[in-house]
Design a protein around this ligand. Sequence first.
Ligand code: SIN
Length: 292
Amino acid sequence: MSVRTGAEIVGVDLKHPLAPRTAKEIWAALLQWKVIFFRDQHLDHAQHVAFARQLGEPTIGHVLYGHEENFPEVYSVAKRRERHTHMDARPIRPWTGWHTDLTTIVNPPAASILRGVTIPPYGGDTQFANLVAAYAALSPAMQKFVDGLRGIHGYGEVTGNALTQTNRKSFSSEHPLVRVHPETGERALYVSPEFLKSIVGLGARESQVLLEFLWEHCVRPEFVVRFRWNAGDVAIWDNRATAHLAPEDVFDTDFDRQLYRVTLVGDVPVGVDGTPSRPIVGEMLGPAQPAH
Ligand code: SIN
């Protein structure tokens, strides 16, 4: 755990229904620490979904990459997923691979609940950055500047000022660069590096230089916590206040890595001036239709 980010919660068995007060305390810890961890829970898919339902409404597993058979809410995060830094010729930067889940959609998930099933004996850690702490550490002048900006999130690449969507991944949204958290009122630097492509109203070079500064800033070690998984562990992150980085080191080993994720329906982000995000391409993300 780091000073501002990440808390391990002990003495709770997530396999069984929680007392309403316990569920509230878990949520309060999430709001405070941005990412929380539970060791040794060993949930199956049904228990994972049942736990998630006590915190919110599960979405479809992954709107683009699908879900587990008979469990529309459960998304498989497996080593066989493509490796980010080798899938194209992009330069690798300190922020490469960091992202906030599904910010291409106008209402990205409020939280993500990831459980570890097959974990390598070493390597395969996940890192989380606290975007509220990152915002707070900016100078007042920079805060004032970014407070008024909005960004275009998508899957394509930016050429000049235009975002070229690939056909397969047709989601894109405009979000504020600074998101006011709907529950805490805190301001988060909402700059999902993998998905935020350009800043509205800036020239291409202005946008690129400012984004690179903000991305580099938000993954500084003092805002980050690194989680070493064991089989059976559960991590929950507040997707409105964090970015995270899936590991790349496992691709250099023969070890398997299998985790499963359930995400909770989120609201439409709102900026400092009260203006909500807007969809450019694609629908809102609603609750999954349960299969059982
Ligand atoms: C994710 O990005 O949701 C998964 C993180 C991980 O594989 O550690």
